[in-house]
Write a protein that binds this ligand. Structure first.
Ligand SMILES: [Zn+2]
Length: 693
């Protein structure tokens, strides 16, 4: 390593405390400061520019920069010939400016020589065509060459940088699952799928039974006959499709684990992370993937335009490891894949604060400067194409100064939720295969009205897998828990009987672990706990609204159902709402059952207002209240980080108009240093950070 004199090490150590989480597996719940920086591609720029960039980064308050994740050809120009000099130099230069490095393993963008070594290294799509070499992230992890070359470059990088004091950790690969990457339909993946099935089922008879292979004569006489579910004349067997989704998630996990194992062995003092796509992308089981890493990160390209979707993703990733998370790519301007739309002044600061409010303790912007070369030329950076600092740089620099003041105030704080949303990847995968309605092709649709309602009421929420420990949650919501395993039913039953409140919604309990419809009235294994069975169900055409009358004990009035309606037959439950027209007129649309010391609602119809009213009633019954009292209507968001007796309240105005919020507490504005109470003003896209006193 060049350029790492003792004085430089001292400079960085002083600027960036050697945090406890640099030692793997010994994390405090929160950190004493925020990592702040950008993703930088020195390989795209002349060396003569690097020093200017480092100066500007330092002036913007950066303490962390991500390097290298797209630079494989510069690190290994030809197989086994490495060139570290440029990376050594830029790490040292940033180090000199008080900026640490997060190194990306570069396996998301392989050099062309990989195709010379394996002409079949690229992905095969569902229609059987093979991706051309080009773009990025289109390599098949079943390629022995790709795996071996990935192993070698990661080992070589780890040996080179494990003891570099400026390198705090590693981002393993980049955006697993992006662009369909997790599902390759090549013959190697097909063979791997067959081996995976053999390990899972042992005998073909067991597989036939699990999948119901007698249907359409799909009984196999040899494991080698089992297809990858490439496009055919219609849908594949549901059992095959669900196992394929599991296998593909496992396959990516296996590739990630290979890299993590190398880094844990060779670079044990550096942390490991990964930048997932938004939570709404569901080809991977993010709970299991997160287990590989010390801290999980995600790339935020949605919050600036869809703040409610950004909030959901933040909550989902905080929930993965029940600790703070990182935003490893924060959008800071127009995106190259959408209409080129500049962000309004204040939007970058606002989106960054939203992440911090939901538990992020690192914000890295993508990217430092708009590129002059490559397919992402029109993806806006902090600096524009000409490299001159403009309004985005000023916004980022000002935010850096604010975060330097704010960091210590956030120590030991995170959002604390009393409401949990159950998230089952197997259910999402199965629902995606059988949406039964054009509006339900995205299974997150089942979460939208519920999450939005909680967000608007300023109520924090965690996401949990179906078998998570639910102790401490006042309300657990399980939207469309389509694939239902006995362990989940036992968990939810135990929770309710111990005093918890459960809300289950449409399409719950239809499927067993093999994606077979259960041989019992819906909601299947949950019917005894919910005290209700489903007689019939139907999707509703777009625009078709069915009136639902809500019982006076649940607020009364009427609210429309749309998209999906179920005719419920209470067995040991009371009717909470009835259809006042339509296909199931007079029948129950929602029920409530007191069970043990708790209770459970089944909501058999979709509809935003209907959901909001019944959820509001459940929140009140369960005693769930926002952590602080603030009167503010969406698009003003209120999010709270709590801990060590402190409550830090973030007021986020997601609109281009000035808004106000009325505080029900006295506080101190941590950015302005002033005492605040009563009504506070929020500028367009403005943020206030108030500590309740
Ligand atoms: Zn493949």
């Amino acid at each position: 390593m060049r350029g790492h004199g003792a004085s430089r090490v001292g400079t960085v150590r002083q600027a960036i405390p050697l945090r406890k989480h640099c030692l793997p597996h010994t994390f405090p719940e929160a950190e004493e400061m925020i990592y702040y920086g950008a993703d930088y591609y020195p390989e795209e720029w002349p060396r003569g520019r690097w020093a200017r960039d480092a100066e500007l980064m330092q002036q913007a308050g950066f303490n962390l920069v991500r390097l290298g994740e797209l630079a494989w050809s510069r690190l290994e120009p030809e197989p086994d010939r490495y060139d570290w000099a440029w990376l050594d130099d830029i790490i040292a230069l940033l180090h000199k400016h008080g900026i640490a490095t997060l190194l990306g393993t570069p396996t998301t963008a392989a050099p062309p020589w990989i195709v010379d070594l394996d002409p079949e290294v690229t992905l095969v799509w569902e229609d059987g065509t093979r991706s051309s070499y080009g773009y990025w992230s289109n390599y098949c992890v079943s390629s022995p060459v790709f795996r071996e070359r990935s192993r070698r470059i990661v080992e070589a990088m780890a040996r080179r940088y494990a003891d570099n004091p400026a390198v705090i950790g590693w981002q393993v690969d980049n955006e697993f699952g992006v662009m369909g990457r997790a599902r390759c339909y090549c013959d190697r993946c097909r063979k791997a799928f067959q081996r995976w099935l053999r390990a899972r089922y042992g005998a073909l008879e067991a597989l036939h039974s699990a999948w119901g292979a007698t249907f359409w004569s799909h009984e196999y006489s040899d494991w080698a006959q089992i297809p990858a579910p490439r496009r055919t004349t219609g849908p594949h067997n549901p059992g095959l499709l669900l196992d394929w989704a599991r296998f593909c998630s496992d396959r990516t996990l296996e590739f990630a684990r290979m890299q993590c194992d190398i880094l844990r062995t060779l670079a044990p003092r550096q942390l490991l992370t990964h930048n997932l796509l938004a939570a709404q992308f569901t080809h991977l089981d993010n709970y299991r993937l997160s287990e590989l890493f010390d801290v999980i990160g995600w790339d935020n390209y949605i919050a600036a335009e869809h703040p409610e979707a950004g909030a959901l993703s933040h909550d989902a990733f905080r929930s993965c490891k029940r600790r703070s998370f990182w935003v490893l790519e924060q959008q800071c301007g127009a995106k190259f894949w959408a209409p080129y739309t500049a962000l309004p002044r204040g939007a970058v600061r606002l989106a960054s604060y939203q992440g911090i409010a939901h538990g992020a303790d690192a914000i890295l912007f993508f990217r430092w400067r708009s590129g002059l070369i490559g397919a992402e030329q029109y993806h806006a950076g902090i600096l524009p194409h000409d490299g001159r600092p403009g309004r985005t740089y000023e916004e980022v620099r000002d935010l850096g100064q604010e975060l330097a003041r704010l960091g210590s105030a956030l120590e030991g704080t995170l959002p604390r939720a009393e409401v949990a949303l159950v998230l089952s990847y197997e259910s999402l995968w199965a629902l995606e295969q059988q949406p039964h309605h054009a509006a339900l092709g995205d299974p997150w649709r089942y979460y939208d009205a519920i999450y939005r309602c909680l967000l608007e009421q300023h109520i924090p929420v965690d996401f949990v897998p179906p078998v998570a420990d639910l102790t401490g949650y006042r309300l657990v919501i399980a939207p469309a828990l389509f694939v239902l395993a006995p362990a989940a039913v036992e968990n939810l039953t135990r929770y309710v009987e111990a005093g918890g409140t459960l809300l289950a919604t449409v399409r719950t309990g239809h499927k067993d672990a093999h994606n077979r419809v259960v041989d019992a009235p819906f909601p299947g294994l949950l019917a005894p706990l919910l005290g209700v069975t489903v007689r019939e169900f139907s999707s509703r055409p777009a625009g078709d609204l069915t009136p639902v009358a809500i019982a006076p004990a649940w607020g009364g009035g009427e609210a429309p159902a749309d998209t999906w309606c179920e005719w419920l037959e209470p067995v040991e439950a009371e009717s909470v709402a009835r259809y006042a027209g339509g296909l199931f007129a007079g029948e129950a649309a929602a029920t409530w059952r007191q069970a043990g010391r708790g209770g459970a609602m089944y909501l058999g119809a979709m509809g935003d207002a209907l959901t909001a009213q019944l959820l509001g009633q459940l929140l009140a019954r369960a005693g769930v209240r926002p952590p602080v009292e603030v009167e503010a209507a969406w698009p003003v968001e209120v999010a709270v980080r709590e801990g060590t007796g402190r409550r830090i309240v973030f007021l986020l105005n997601h609109s281009g108009e000035a808004r106000s919020a009325r505080l029900g507490f006295r506080g101190r504005d941590l950015l302005q240093g002033s005492e605040v109470t009563g009504t506070v003003e929020l500028a367009p896209y403005g943020v206030r950070v108030v500590e309740a006193v």
